[in-house]
Unconditional design. Structure first.
Lengths: 297, 617, 339
């Protein structure tokens, strides 16, 4: 008797739209490259194979980077850590933020003020600056970067889930449960949370994009994986000098980062539109009924 | 730029349209709609579907035509078409809308702009949202003159005519600073500003309390008469239409199924649907059984073969399947209906209303006693010293306008609102203010049904789960026993047991309200608090729900606390009535006494303001 | 018992004495909260930099740190005093404009960053203003021509562009306009801090353009969405039914309503820019706060880091307050309560 979980239903609908398919395919391609890359790279990321900034040749298909390493191999190697960090930071940030947001909404009062004050303080920094602050003290450690990015996501997610949860808590069907004397925790779990899924899905998509942007940005500035490791952001920075000689050292990682964020963003947009549809049906509603409901007096 | 003519009965002022396309002459109706057809254009997925079809009627200057129908009948679509507007997703499929002989639908966008607001004006249903929230009222009123030309000094005069005596503060306000009644008068002033030939009023008094509604209706009637304006008044409320309309047209599933002079149509309806409507409306004069109509109107694109009403019609015969009936004229006043048996039906004696047999239960210990209850938000008192008793097996109605505090009182009883002083006693023991302090027994025995059926059910749960929630909370029944109880209660609210597997968004408003009732009844309460449970429903659906409620009350021996603003409904279903105004009890007593011989001036005013049919039955 | 008569209902602007001042009240309230937040932020910054392992002393000494030398330096820098006392000294210093001395070169931090504040501000304000204007304009046009080719193209491109990292955009611009394709603009700035940024406009073009490109899609989408919302509202329909011409409906009915939600987004844009300048300045070698921050982080120059982050936080809070005030000002429903 249970209906397909709304998450699956909405994702399914999103994938079937042109934007959804495009987004998923593009982002998926990049993930594939990043995950499989290290296994298929022709050389290791630190091997010197050609002259610095050498043009593309049969030896090095995308030419050489600033030290003469193979741009192609470094590109194939340099993605998975970035993606992994972005994924973990997003997951952490969303979970913490959502829990805080729902608690603040449902319990209100002191809890609410406390949480929102903390949110304001962390939101007083740009994400990048916050991460830089922490990095400056403890050094560019991977776990620290992930933690810093996660902490900077949590407030925004908390804000969004709080306002969505508040909205739901005000609705009659939640009041109907309150009247019966059902304890708050159970109401949250059974009535409020399931209705938050679409909001959360969109937030996850957005946060993933931002995670990637900040972490790649940090890497670009030299505060991510340290040389001689291969990392897309770092590659863009270190190969900037030889842009005219061999643009691939900069272009390839830049294109991959861009494709990932564009893909995720586009797919998130499709999900947002799909979740606006008729509340959680597992099957497509009858088209005329849908239009008619909107349109007839 | 010609100024509109002065305050004399109007002849047509038509501007830059070539005279050859106009057909004016004596007896030309002010408005003539011919075979109007509005469709949802065909897409890849489905063929063209008509929303409105074969709609034709005329209106003479100074006359009011009432256009009635329930939700989905297409009446608002027709209303907008009279101004040449169709909503996104719809298109004009054919027909003409002739105003003084000029076809509105054939005009270019540019000419249409000139006509709207000037020759044809519109009064919206919800003036609160129809007035721009960021522009001052004065700006919006003056805009009409700015666009169509005319003397802005007439503004004060126009406002006075609409009942706004002191215009200056109103002009300087923003819409949200005005009351609902004032907003509607502003809308009226905007509409009548340029002395239009035709006014279209789209349910303008929905959402207004009965006294304000009375005033607005009087104003509209007065203005129409003075300036010989033709008016089309759209409503789902037949008693309001009875008061103001000279002629009435009834719409069902996008078609005009009956048309005729108001008094005649209401006294002797010629179409089974109209007859059904008349039998569903509660009246002030008598307490009679209300009859709903089973089923629901077909959606666009889903019309059955033959007459659209056939699936629900008690008079249906084989001939009804063979195509949409053509209008049958039943009297020489032009009363006609689309029914093959129209002449028979008109001849039936009235609408055969059965008086309700309501045995007043013996005076027993009251189940609920409200004593000196007061509530105030910051420094504004919402309820003051309210005293009320509800006897076992009795229905007590609480009547008041919006803001009177009746909903707050209900919420106090139920525990949703806990900042009140005073005592509420239930079944002998005092109730703690909020839900927290109450015993499970107290919580179980008092149940609540809310107004909005679209918000009171969790969209993520099945009907079975929704009804099962209180059951699982209050009892520890094995699964089979629980499912049986759920099935039983579904049957008792006239829903099939298979509904338990459905989701709320698959149900109509009436069905959802039944589910809400079922949820309240499944734990065998002793007191049921109903807060405006039928206000959001069509009148035929309301009738069915109300009858169901009364039957269940009798079967289960429930006490009923029924909050409403609808006085005729109170007459129909309550034993006692309490009139509440500005947080205080104004009058209280048995229904027959209070409604026929009220003691207080407020109650008298309230009763006098209720629109009614001239004759009963 | 009187009937509720509307004629006697008081309506409209009340007397001046009784009239509430929501804007003034909001400014006061938010400023106080803002100051409180700023204090909390300063504590956070201070705690992060001063009391965690790896403090200023070890940052200065790096590999040459022996326990004795470390301790000596700590005493000299005042790091052995209780944390609260250190914080208080720092805070009072800040309030007098004294941010301490840079650990990298011994100069007073305030001189180092003073000029840079202006430079970064110029970037932020220029990019913010231009981006807002373009975004709003395109948003209104797209909404007015909804579902046209123009609209579709813009919507799809904005979806893509808004996801691009700033450094990618910057690199692309450099490739096209500075280094590879054409050579109109310099790839890096060469003007010294201290000279006003507008003395060399060609150096501003690419940095500002980068930021504008990243920012426009965001404003565009919000403006388009809220315009469409306004155009589908009851009051726009009412205006149409009054016979108001289309352009008037767009400009005087829809736009004033669509602006309010967009104000929030415009505020967020400026907030974003405060962080976005970091990467852009670094990339273009532009002498602003962002570039200084990156350098300071590499050097572990704690006092400079503290100062820059504090300034950024103050900017953030100020923009937030301004956004809320403007949003209130354009929304009469919230500004003037019902009487």
């Amino acid at each position: 008797m249970a209906r397909r979980p709304e998450v699956i239903a909405v994702l399914g609908r999103a994938v079937r739209t042109p934007r959804g398919t495009a987004g998923l395919v593009i982002a998926g391609l990049v993930v594939l490259v990043a995950v499989i890359g290290p296994a298929v790279a022709p050389y290791s990321a630190t091997e010197f194979v050609t002259a610095p900034f050498a043009r593309a040749s049969s030896v090095a298909w995308l030419g050489g980077d600033v030290l003469g390493r193979d741009v192609l191999s470094r590109t194939l190697d340099g993605g998975w850590q970035l993606l992994a960090m972005a994924a973990v930071a997003t997951a952490l940030g969303v979970v913490v933020g959502a829990v805080l947001g729902v608690m603040a909404a449902y319990y209100g009062g002191l809890w609410d003020s406390l949480i929102m004050r903390a949110v304001d303080v962390i939101l007083a920094f740009p994400q990048l600056v916050f991460a830089l602050l922490l990095v400056s003290i403890l050094g560019p450690k991977i776990w620290l970067i992930v933690l810093a990015v996660a902490i900077s996501h949590a407030p925004q997610v908390a804000r969004v889930t709080r306002s969505a949860a508040l909205d739901i808590s005000e609705r009659d069907f939640v009041k109907a449960m309150q009247i019966l004397g059902i304890p708050g925790r159970r109401i949250i779990r059974r009535d409020v949370l399931p209705n938050l899924t679409s909001v959360l899905m969109v937030e996850i998509g957005l946060r993933l994009t931002y995670s990637m942007l900040v972490i790649a940005g940090l890497s670009f500035l030299g505060f991510g994986l340290q040389p001689p490791a291969a990392s897309w952001g770092l590659m863009i920075n270190e190969n900037r000098v030889g842009l005219i000689a061999n643009p691939w050292g900069v272009l390839m990682p830049a294109i991959l980062i861009a494709l990932f964020t564009i893909g995720v963003n586009t797919f998130t947009d499709a999900v947002a539109r799909a979740s606006l549809g008729v509340g959680g049906r597992a099957t497509e509603p009858e088209p005329i009924a849908l239009v008619a409901r909107e349109v007839t007096g | 730029m010609t100024a509109p003519s002065e305050d004399i009965p109007m002849t047509a002022t038509v501007e830059d349209i070539p005279p050859s396309t106009r057909e004016t002459g004596p007896g030309t109706p002010r408005l003539a709609v011919e075979d109007l057809r509005i469709v949802m254009p065909a897409t890849r997925r489905r063929p063209e579907a008509d929303v409105v079809d074969e709609v034709s009627f005329t209106v003479q200057p100074g006359r009011v035509l009432g256009l009635v129908g329930e939700s989905g009948s297409g009446k608002t679509t027709v209303a907008l078409a009279l101004l040449g507007l169709v909503k996104r997703g719809l298109a004009i499929g054919g027909g003409k809308v002739l105003i003084d002989g000029r076809d509105i639908l054939a005009l270019s966008e540019h000419d249409l702009q000139k006509v709207r607001g000037r020759s044809v004006a519109y009064v919206p249903q919800d003036p609160g949202s129809a007035l721009n929230p960021v522009l001052k009222v004065g700006t919006q009123l003056r805009e009409v003159f700015a666009v169509h030309g005319g003397d802005a000094d007439r503004l004060t005069q126009v406002m006075a005519e609409a009942g706004l005596e002191d215009p200056a503060p109103i002009l300087a306000s923003y819409p949200h600073q005005l009351s609902g009644g004032q907003q509607q008068r502003v809308a009226l002033a905007m509409a009548f500003a340029c002395r239009p030939q035709l006014i279209v009023l789209d349910e303008p008094t929905t959402g207004l309390d009965v006294t304000t509604q009375r005033r607005v209706l009087d104003t509209v009637r007065g203005l129409c008469h003075t300036y010989q304006v033709a008016a089309v008044y759209i409503s789902h409320d037949l008693s309001v239409v009875a008061e103001i309309a000279d002629h009435v047209a009834v719409m069902y599933a996008g078609r005009l199924i009956e048309i005729g002079a108001a008094s005649e149509l209401f006294a002797t309806p010629a179409h089974p649907y109209t007859r059904g409507l008349m039998r569903a409306i509660p009246l002030m004069a008598t307490s009679h059984e209300l009859h709903g109509m089973a089923g629901a109107p077909p959606r666009p694109g889903n019309r059955p073969a033959g007459c659209s009403f056939r699936p629900r019609c008690e008079f249906a015969i084989a001939e009804c399947e063979s195509g949409e009936p053509q209008p049958v004229v039943v009297s020489d006043t032009g009363h006609a209906a689309r029914c093959v048996r129209a002449t028979e039906i008109t001849a039936l004696s009235g609408t055969a209303l059965l008086a309700r047999d309501r045995t007043v239960p013996a005076a027993a210990e009251p189940v609920l006693t409200i004593s000196r209850v007061s509530v105030s938000y910051t420094n504004k008192p919402v309820l003051r010293d309210v005293n009320l008793d509800v006897g076992a097996r009795k229905s007590v109605a609480i009547v008041g306008t919006s803001g009177s505090g009746k909903t707050t009182l209900a919420r106090c009883v139920v525990g949703l609102h806990k900042d009140w002083t005073g005592t509420i006693t239930f079944a002998g023991s005092q109730l703690p203010p909020g839900v927290r302090g109450r015993t499970p027994d107290q919580l179980r025995k008092i149940q609540f049904v809310a107004q909005n059926p679209y918000a009171s059910l969790n969209p993520r749960q099945t009907i079975g789960q929704i009804i099962g929630n209180p059951l699982t909370h209050f009892t520890k029944l094995p699964a089979r026993e629980r499912d049986k109880r759920i099935g039983d209660v579904l049957t008792s609210v006239a829903l099939r047991e298979s509904f338990a597997a459905r989701y709320p968004d698959e149900l109509s408003g009436g069905e959802r309200q039944r589910v809400a009732l079922a949820r309240a009844l499944v734990v065998d309460p002793e007191l049921l608090v109903c807060d405006e449970i039928t206000s959001a429903l069509d009148v035929s659906v309301q009738a069915a729900i109300v009858e169901l409620l009364l039957r269940l009350q009798a079967e289960r021996g429930l006490a009923l606390l029924f909050i409403t603003h609808n006085l005729p409904l109170v007459r129909s279903i309550a034993d006692d009535v309490t009139v509440i105004s500005a947080g205080q009890i104004c009058e209280h007593g048995p229904v027959t006494q209070v409604l026929t011989a009220p003691k207080e001036a407020y109650t008298r005013q309230l009763i006098a303001d209720v629109p009614s049919f001239e004759q009963t039955g | 018992m009187t009937t509720a008569t509307e004629a006697t209902e008081r309506v409209g602007p009340t007397s001046k004495a009784a009239r509430p001042h929501p804007i003034r009240d909001l400014v006061i309230k938010r400023s106080l909260i803002g100051i409180l937040t700023l204090v909390l932020v300063s504590i956070l910054i201070f705690a992060a930099t001063q009391t965690l392992p790896g403090n200023a002393a070890s940052a200065v000494l790096l590999n040459t740190a022996t326990p004795q030398r470390l301790h000596a330096l700590e005493v000299q820098l005042g790091l052995t005093r209780p944390a609260v006392e250190q914080y208080w000294t720092w805070l009072t210093g800040v309030l007098h404009g004294n941010f301490g001395k840079s650990l990298a070169n011994g100069q007073p931090v305030s001189t180092l960053i003073g000029g840079r504040i202006l430079n970064s501000l110029v970037l932020v304000v220029l990019a913010g203003a231009i981006g807002t204007l373009i975004g709003v304009g395109l948003g209104v046009l797209a909404a007015a021509r909804r579902d046209s080719v123009f609209d579709h193209v813009l919507s799809v491109t904005s979806l893509g562009v808004t996801a691009l990292p700033e450094f990618v955009v910057a690199v692309v611009l450099v490739i096209f306009f500075a280094a590879v394709v054409i050579h109109w603009f310099p790839a890096v700035s060469v003007f010294a801090p201290g000279t006003p940024p507008w003395s060399n406009p060609r150096e501003l073009v690419l940095p500002v353009a980068t930021l504008v490109i990243v920012v426009v899609p965001y404003v565009f989408r919000m403006m388009r969405a809220s315009m469409i919302d306004a155009l589908e509202s009851d009051y726009v329909q009412m205006a149409q039914l009054k016979g108001v011409p289309k352009w008037r409906v767009l400009l005087f009915h829809a736009l004033p309503n669509a602006i309010a939600p967009t104000i929030q987004v415009i505020g967020l844009t400026f907030l974003y820019l405060a962080g976005g300048v970091v990467v852009v300045e670094y990339l273009f070698n532009y002498p602003g706060l962002g570039q200084a921050l990156v350098g300071a982080v590499s050097d572990r120059d704690i006092p400079q880091i503290q100062a820059i982050v504090l300034v950024l936080a103050a900017f953030y809070i100020a923009v937030n307050i301004l956004t809320d005030v403007i949003a209130l000002a354009v929304s009469p429903r919230r500004r003037l309560p019902r009487s």
